[in-house]
Design a protein around this ligand. Structure first.
Ligand code: CMP
Length: 139
């Protein structure tokens, strides 16, 4: 069993897409074992996206990610890192496959509705960023 971090970004929350995103996880045998709504500070966002610090879109990305509440979730399932990435589709929604979350809902390369960890190492770090052991529910 694998775990990954998913985030419904501020655009997904403000546009009323929480249910649509969660439905896709549940319909695809992915278990949500932790979930909350948080509003990141600028400092938190810069820490979370530290790997992108040198990218030209870093300032815009952290501004966007602090513009409203987000929903971080821990997803659990077999091969869930890859499964979540294929449900999300490519970062650029214009390149995302038909039927993916980003293709169906994203409006911009930045405002792409969801985030998902890209490897087991990243998943461990990203999960620990948002959740402690008492917030993870075996079920
Ligand atoms: P995410 O999967 O959360 O990882 C980094 C985020 O930066 C990405 O989704 C987008 O929201 C944003 N991003 C990635 N590439 C670009 C880009 N070229 N221009 C603007 N934002 C980007």
């Amino acid at each position: 069993m694998e775990r990954t971090l998913s985030i419904i970004k501020p655009d997904g929350v403000s546009r009323g897409l929480i249910g649509d995103v969660i439905k896709r996880f549940e319909k695809n045998d992915i278990k949500i074992i932790a979930m909350k709504m948080v509003h990141l500070t600028q400092e938190d966002a810069e820490k979370f996206y530290a790997v992108h610090k040198e990218r030209p879109f870093f300032a815009s990305l952290t501004e966007f990610m602090t513009s409203g509440p987000i929903i971080p979730m821990i997803l659990e399932g077999e091969n869930v890192i890859e499964k979540n990435r294929s449900l999300m589709g490519a970062t650029n929604y214009k390149e995302a496959a038909e039927g993916t979350i980003r293709r169906d809902f994203a409006t911009d390369i930045e405002k792409n509705v969801v985030h998902g960890s890209d490897s087991p190492e990243t998943a461990a770090v990203e999960i620990a960023f948002f959740f402690n052991q008492f917030e993870m529910n075996e079920r």
